[in-house]
Design a protein around this ligand. Structure first.
Ligand SMILES: NC(=O)c1ccc[n+]([C@@H]2O[C@H](COP(=O)([O-])OP(=O)(O)OC[C@H]3O[C@@H](n4cnc5c(N)ncnc54)[C@H](O)[C@@H]3O)[C@@H](O)[C@H]2O)c1
Length: 450
């Protein structure tokens, strides 16, 4: 056989064996992937002239990594941050062959440029939607960090803008492009552990801290712009860079952090849009004047097919049936069925019996979409105009799980959800539904990007 890279069968098998040994993913699955890729036309390698021009919005921790990943395979021509020091710092780090990306502090100005084809949006959660919508309207394709939105209502606006403008959109849920997670989901979908009845999602606990004092904002930071749609407060360092995730104003704590990744995979394995019932409770009490998302929580979701999903934070030394200790990590997903279990996270795939994953699935099995490279999948889709593996609807439905859990925790009521209509129904509907949308502080509402 020939492969996209025109290598011999022997080298192909050697490559499969090495990948299998390095990742712990069984040889049959690696081989199946690479053989499937071999059937596809080799991707057209872009010449220097037809490289995609990318702009990076949000130049903090993740944005720096995202931009550097993009710069290694295409052109990053502009960077934007409301903290100018972050944008300038990243531009300097990206300088290459005498060229430095242009620096912006207002994404609307940057979006006016015709030579920008796509953006990477790595801003905090409360800015995701407005920027993604503005980019879609400006006919730019978007790689937008997870979770897709701050609220479920925002998801409808984002999906509509992406579809109306025929934008290629990839949510930054890169576990969808990780072979280990896809294998776990395929095994579950194809009944390898019998009938799935319980999914355990373990996410690392969040931070506990406070009370925090306000101070003058750094000169390089436009604090009002950073706060955007959220209620205006005095600058507090611990609300801003990196720590925004521990505040309900800007995110939802552990459930929107690692939870966005693992709940996405749980949903991929379950294969449904959303749960029908959600209960949640905080297990810790935030410090007054400090981070206001509980560092620990537990939630139970019931899906329409009867599957229970238990989402829990995992502090140190919590012995979940030995699974976590064996794996040496505190976050991941355990699928339990009538005939066994599968555990998966970024480092490891394990099962109650080795045969669960060492025995190949038959040709007739349900196969999930293959992507082995999340950014590469996005870049390829920019050319083909196909939907990437974590397109906007995937991002919206998976982000909704975290939002539903956060609403259950905040409202303190058991909630029933209609995944088709995307509203709460039943006894506590009037408690849950007001949380679906938030008032946006002017001028940072939808008119800001009109
Ligand atoms: N996919 C992953 O594995 C992964 C990992 C970490 C973070 N993330 C996601 O990436 C996002 C950013 O997280 P982070 O840890 O890098 O945060 P961060 O605070 O380090 O960086 C965010 C940056 O965005 C800037 N910013 C805020 N509002 C802006 C605006 N309107 N326009 C331009 N810039 C703006 C901030 O000034 C800051 O520099 C979050 O949504 C997070 O969930 C994803």
């Amino acid at each position: 056989m020939s492969t996209p890279f025109q290598i011999s069968r022997r080298s192909f098998l050697r490559r499969c064996a090495v990948t299998s040994a390095l990742t712990g993913v069984p040889l049959w699955f690696v081989q199946r992937d690479l053989e499937a890729l071999a059937q596809q036309a080799a991707p057209k390698l872009p010449s220097a002239n037809d490289r995609i021009n990318i702009a990076q919005i949000g130049c903090g921790g993740m944005g720096s990594g995202d931009a550097q990943g993009a710069a290694s395979r295409t052109n990053v021509v502009a960077v934007c941050d409301v903290d100018e020091s972050h944008a300038k710092g990243l531009a300097t780090r990206l300088a290459k062959n005498g060229k430095t990306p242009d620096v912006y502090t207002d994404f609307r100005k940057m979006l006016q440029r015709d030579d920008i084809h796509a953006l990477i949006n790595s801003t905090p959660d409360h800015w995701h939607s407005l920027i993604n919508i503005a980019a879609a309207r400006a006919k730019k394709d978007v790689y937008g960090q997870k979770p897709l939105t701050l609220t479920i209502d925002e998801g409808h606006h984002v999906v509509k803008a992406i579809r109306d403008n025929k934008t290629v959109f990839q949510t930054g849920s890169q576990q969808r492009s990780d072979r280990r997670f896809r294998l776990a989901c395929e095994l579950v979908r194809n009944g390898r552990i019998g009938k799935l009845h319980t999914v355990h999602v373990f996410v690392p606990a969040g931070l506990v801290g406070g009370p925090f004092a306000s101070s003058a904002a750094p000169a390089s930071l436009n604090w009002d712009f950073w706060q955007g749609q959220t209620p205006a407060v005095d600058y507090v360092k611990e609300r801003c860079h990196a720590n925004f995730r521990w505040w309900f104003e800007y995110a939802a704590g552990p459930v929107s952090d690692w939870g966005a990744h693992h709940n996405d995979i749980a949903r991929w394995a379950i294969g449904l849009d959303g749960p029908v019932a959600i209960e949640g409770k905080p297990l810790t009490t935030p410090v007054a004047g400090g981070y206001n998302t509980p560092s620990e929580f537990e939630a139970t979701l019931t899906w329409g097919n009867g599957v229970k999903q238990i989402v829990r934070t995992t502090p140190d030394d919590t012995p979940y049936g030995g699974v976590i200790k064996k794996d040496g990590q505190r976050n991941g997903i355990k699928f339990e069925g009538t005939e066994g279990w599968i555990w998966v996270n970024r480092g490891n795939l394990d099962a109650s019996k080795e045969e669960i994953y060492t025995t190949p699935l038959p040709e007739s099995a349900t196969h999930l979409e293959v992507s082995l490279d999340h950014l590469g999948n996005f870049l390829e889709c920019i050319r083909t105009r196909k939907d990437p593996i974590a397109h906007a609807e995937v991002g919206h439905r998976s982000a909704s799980i975290g939002h539903l859990i956060a609403i259950a925790i905040r409202s303190g009521k058991p909630l029933q959800w209609d995944p088709a209509k995307e509203v709460f129904v039943g006894e506590n509907a009037s408690v849950g539904n007001p949380y679906l949308v938030r008032e946006m502080r002017k001028p940072y509402d939808y008119s800001f990007i009109a």
